[in-house]
Design a protein around this ligand. Sequence first.
Ligand code: F6P
Length: 406
Amino acid sequence: MNPRPPGLPKLALVMVGLPARGKTFVARKLQRYLSWLGYRTLWVNVGDYRRARAGARQPASYFAPDNASTAEQRRGFAMAALDDLLTWFAQGGEVGIYDATNTERSRREALRTRLHAAGVDVLFVETICDDDSIVAANVRRNKLRFPDYAGVLPEDAFWDFVARIAQYERTYVPVADDEGSYVKLVDAGVKVVTHRVQGYLPARLAFFLMQIRPQERPIWLSRHGVSEFNDLGRIGGDPPLTERGREYAQALARVVREQPVAPVVLTSTLQRTMQTAEPLGLPYQPLRLLDEIDSGVCDGMTYEEIKSAMPDEYAARSADKFRYRYPRGESYSDVIQRLEPVIVELERQRDPVLVIAHQAVLRALYGYLMGRPQDECPHLAIPLETLIQLTPTEYGYDETRLALMA
Ligand code: F6P
């Protein structure tokens, strides 16, 4: 489904900021969020154009603003990335993310002029951090693994990157009010400044940007233990856990107790998820937003019963499981729309989070966290009796699946 209200203009999110300020982290989060909501989204990274065309291994002097030969080359890479973005917009793209330093006002003006001429609105997203210790930690954590430093001693790579940043600092001018709309994220989002953020999508993105932080805490996902309906092959309803379901809840509690930090626990309002949370001995927050996909008139039936009583409905769902909406119920696309506040909550939380929910809902959440295309969601494997542990990496999550009843 495309959630764009009619007449919504195309939008370019133009990143701004010195190297190692988290631009790509933010850009990738925006990309994942927008794609998950159904926008046709493209992320272009000018650094990738440079690495592909000039080679990854360039010394800090390559980035000097007064190095005439390389400055021209770098401008060419920036424009090549912009050309590709404009071509994609012309072919129906909706939100483009242009990821580069864009620290010079003249560069931003050139981008804005060409994007506006193509009928694309611009929102600058600037990341600012003046805390040297945070920047140094970011360089050590993320940049030294770049192809730019393959085979280079970590300490040499570190100081080269510091020198690269200094080259950019020479001409860096933060975005000014007369440059149009912007969101500035200061010190990893501790302070957020917005200017002329207008319209449905920019406003929504500004709110999302206020929540995101560099994350070092894990997210765990689990379906409830086996319920009486699972045993009978029936969908929906509000059945209790079976004996085996309660054993799973105990097994889950044992694993969670072994963790160094107790998680924030979110469940649905259906008794099977709350019964699964009970043995944890932790407070939990039941959210209606996490209730299972509403199967409407099919609630409580088996798939076989649906097939014989409502063959057209069954066939329609098999043909397009993502868009199919149960009569008087929901589609996967509806589930994604309703889960958006949960995504914002997951981004906002600083502590580990355990979500105990249901198959369709967890498919949608997992799809967002792992950056999977929207229409793959209904087919993702989220088995019962399995704890999915997602550990943050530079721009996403590593995944471990623990089968707790094997
Ligand atoms: O069968 C368990 C269940 O959670 C049902 O309540 C729900 O309708 C179903 O899974 C969702 O899975 P699918 O979209 O594959 O039917």
